[in-house]
Write a protein of this length. Sequence first.
Length: 86
Amino acid sequence: KHLEIGIIHHLLVECNIYSLLVPLIEERPWLRVNDKGEREIYENSKWNVIPREEYGKLPKTEAQVWIAIYNLFMDPECRKKYELND
């Protein structure tokens, strides 16, 4: 299902949604290192220690941001509205 053109216009032109989503990917505020040097992830409204064997896994929150960016770039209506330049 596609978003209505008014919503697409608001997200891309008025809000510039990409300028909001890309810094999230760069900063990754859902990850941190605690005082003990353990990596933690913010999920289900709390910080949880990440087991070492899961360090390479993509966190759910980050995956959702990537999916949003991908879907916006791939939608034909979005590509018409958002000019890619320098």
